[in-house]
Design a protein around this ligand. Structure first.
Ligand code: RET
Length: 236
């Protein structure tokens, strides 16, 4: 266990932001009695809840490892990957359920996603710069394939949706694509990539803003409209 440096301020803001997001979603879902609608709340509440735990563990130093790479010691927050391993599948399931995608689509998305995060974690813990970059390449290739497959399968599912469900699906899909593509960029330019173009302090802030937007922002847009969620529930 290591001690976080000045970047811990961003980790505390992340902890608070995720906790507030979780509480906001719980409050919003409190009166929802339709079971089909409730599943969006159940999934969406666990996303910031998981991240709040991960951020708290990072802020207090539990989620931080020191990895020696080519003679220099890197501060690697491994707890991010534990968070992402759980929450990115939940985000994809949320979107796929909204889009009324098939079960096979969901399994494929989750499978690609889990491989993407695990290969990213191996890269973050690897001991030589070249090998780290190879793992980054594998993880990024999986991300690109995942996004390609997401667009294809959501287009294919679109014919089964009403106009307002389709429009919400498209908004969330576009948000997801833009936000998720930023992660490998921050990683390779940050501490993990060993080039160190982005210092740990800035990198931690960048991941915090991305995580909050991809989780709380995404959840807020999804749960904003009860009438749209209702249409999903009743056109299946
Ligand atoms: C890693 C490793 C380097 C290559 C790639 C990565 C992708 C990470 C992504 C994370 C998404 C996280 C979200 C979190 C919470 O809301 C693992 C950084 C491609 C896409 C959306």
């Amino acid at each position: 266990m290591a001690t976080p440096g000045s970047e811990s301020i961003w980790l505390w803001i992340g902890t608070i932001g995720m906790t507030l997001g979780m509480l906001g979603f719980i409050a919003r879902g409190w009166g929802v009695s339709d079971e089909e609608q409730q599943r969006f709340y159940v999934l969406t509440i666990f996303i910031p809840a998981t991240a709040a735990v991960a951020y708290f563990s990072m802020a207090t130093g539990f989620g931080l490892a020191e990895i020696e790479v080519a003679g220099q010691v890197l501060d690697i927050y491994w707890a991010r990957y534990a968070d992402w391993l759980i929450t990115t599948p939940l985000l994809l399931i949320d979107l796929a359920l909204l889009a009324q995608a098939s079960r096979n689509t969901i399994y494929t998305l989750v499978g690609l996603d889990v491989l993407m995060i695990v290969t990213g974690l191996i890269g973050a813990l690897a001991a030589t710069p070249a090998i780290r970059i190879v793992w980054w390449g594998i993880s990024t290739a999986l991300l690109l394939f995942l996004l390609y497959f997401l667009v294809q399968s959501l287009n294919e599912a679109a014919s089964r949706q009403t106009e307002s469900v389709r429009s919400l699906t498209t908004t969330l899909r576009n948000m997801l694509i833009v936000l998720w593509l930023a992660y490998p960029v921050v990683w390779i330019l940050g501490t993990e990539g060993t080039i160190g173009l982005i210092p740990l302090y800035v990198e931690t802030a960048a991941f915090m803003v991305l995580d909050l937007t991809a989780k709380v922002g995404f959840g807020f847009v999804l749960l904003r409209s009860h009438s749209v969620l209702d249409e999903v529930a009743h056109t299946e």
